[in-house]
Design a protein around this ligand. Sequence first.
Ligand code: IPE
Ligand code: IPE
Ligand code: MG
Length: 242
Amino acid sequence: MPKDQDDPMTGPAHVAIIMDGNGRWAQQRGRPRLFGHQAGAKRVREIVAACPAHGVKYLTIFAFSTENWKRTQAEVSGLMLLFRRYIEREAKALLENGVRVRFIGDRNRLDEKLVRLMDDLELLTAKNDLVHLTVALNYGGRDEVTRAAKRLALEVEQGRLSHKDIDAETLSGFLDTHVLPDPDLVIRTSGEARISNFLLWQSAYSEYEFVDTLWPDFSADEFGKVLANYGARERRFGGVIA
Ligand code: IPE
Ligand code: IPE
Ligand code: MG
């Protein structure tokens, strides 16, 4: 049976979330968009904390896309500052709660100070194993595959690899997510039913759940309900169920 990652008794082992709707949440309250981002950031702790009880070993969250640079300078720099503050504020609790943090995405365009905090947090939590939290920051699926293809091409060019040996597994090994299993379930909040360049390669066989709730309102309770709903699905991976 091709079911390899998730345990039907405990639900999806790897859940990925497109945390969308912060701006609308703020707008509904007549507040600036950054107010929504702050409220959204506060939700993350609660969702991470809920993972072990549901058997979710891997949680991957989309924090900033390669397309989000198109937003106003004020919003982008506000978000970057929020990420820095968030890491500084949460590092201790993440360490103590058994969370191993990783970042995926292109770090080259990120502020040096932020990158240092990201590196430090990865190192600090490297021995944890209860929940593997991956934060996608300046992440885009196409960008990730393009960067992987470039590095793969270099390996071939320099004679370390033959084009004949390239298969899907080889390419997976060059992606930012190379140490992670593929997501079993991708959740998007805020009512939008699109992928927005998130985990394009990795979500080939993921289940999708779109919920109307705006991210700052997405509670651990609702998270639990979405996970329970996943349990009722039948994943076939292209085959047939006997
Ligand atoms: C998601 O919320 C957070 C980021 C993309 C950084 P949005 O900021 O996209 O919120 P909406 O979609 O405008 O409501
Ligand atoms: C996706 O949300 C990116 C993140 C949640 C970080 P967007 O709000 O950027 O996506 P679009 O623009 O609605 O597709
Ligand atoms: Mg959005």
